[in-house]
Design a protein around this ligand. Structure first.
Ligand code: SAM
Length: 294
């Protein structure tokens, strides 16, 4: 594997265990994602652009690929991780969809051949200038790049009780999530999407067509135990060991979560439920041969 053009060497998502845990624990992509992509594509549609070919970059286990596949004539999902692609092969049986392993950010398709390129929470792993230049090359005129992301950033209820001080509790929740990523030593570019999405990159993009689509919100119920499983499935935590339990990011996160319950007058145990609202957004750019960043 060469990996020289990429922010990731794919190791974070390698291994049967991480691939299947990740797939079982991450929330589904909601159906609204199809409308978000279709509306972006159809808005001021350029001649020759259609629902012909979709390239899903960093497709992982094919969760997003599967939801979008019916809207295109042909679909290719690519990923650096062999393990994730194995899961994708099992999850997605639609014959229109093909999967392929890649080793860097050079996209394995012909120039001017894709109507849509999607990245489902994978854009942060790519080398931005290399990837954007590749999008310039492979997208048809007027085709779109959609970088999709979901962030579990609102704490909505604790143990069945709506949160009284919504913004304070949500910002405490966001704080412990951010600290978790920092404690894991997760690269800043990767970490920040959990709170700011792709804001810094979005601001630096030169392309005048850039825009956001905030297309869905979904409540997800977790027990404290499930949430710890979710956090421990995040790439960056999994591949390290923490011999000192007081420095284990998961233990620190756990203590922070219990403190939020305690300060709300609740006793959180492993089975206590709470609701987190995920916000789903897409950063969309239309091909105008100005894909670079400032
Ligand atoms: C957070 S997962 C998202 C997977 C999938 N898109 C989804 O929505 O579930 C990120 C994926 O990006 C892949 N990835 C990381 N670096 C990559 C690269 N340079 N090229 C292609 N895929 C890459 C990882 O292997 C992983 O499967």
């Amino acid at each position: 594997m060469n990996g020289c053009n990429s922010n990731s060497d794919g190791q974070d998502f390698e291994g049967e265990d991480i691939a299947s845990v990740y797939e079982s624990i991450q929330p589904e992509w909601p159906d609204e994602v199809r409308r978000a992509i279709a509306d972006s594509l159809d808005q001021n549609a350029s001649p020759g652009v259609g629902h012909h070919f979709l390239l899903d970059v960093g497709c992982g286990g094919g969760r997003l690929t599967k939801v979008l596949a019916d809207d295109f004539d042909g679909v290719l999902g690519i990923d650096i991780s062999e393990s994730m692609l194995k899961v994708a092969g099992k999850n997605v049986t639609n014959p229109k969809v093909k999967f392929q392993q890649v080793y860097d950010d050079i996209l394995p398709v012909e120039s001017s051949s894709a109507d849509v390129v999607t990245c489902g929470i994978s854009f942060q792993y790519l080398n931005t200038p290399v990837f954007l230049a590749e999008c310039d090359r492979i997208l048809v005129d007027g085709g779109i790049l959609a970088c999709l992301v979901y962030v579990p950033n609102i704490l909505t209820s604790l143990d069945g009780k709506p949160i009284a001080n919504y913004s304070t509790e949500s910002s405490r929740w966001q704080h412990i999530c951010r600290e978790f990523h920092i404690d894991c030593g997760v690269d800043e570019a990767v970490r920040e999407i959990h709170l700011t999405r792709y804001e810094a990159i979005f601001n630096a993009l030169k392309n005048p067509t850039k825009h956001w689509r905030h297309f869905a919100k979904r409540d997800h119920k977790y027990t404290i135990r499930n949430m710890l499983e979710y956090m421990s499935s995040i790439a960056g935590y999994r591949n390290k060991t923490y011999p000192d339990p007081t420095k284990d990011p998961l233990n620190i996160f756990h203590a922070g979560l219990i403190a939020i319950f305690r300060d709300a007058g609740l006793e959180g145990n492993d089975d206590t439920e709470f609701i987190v609202t995920f916000e789903y957004s897409a950063m969309v750019i239309k091909e105008t041969k100005q894909f670079g960043i400032a």
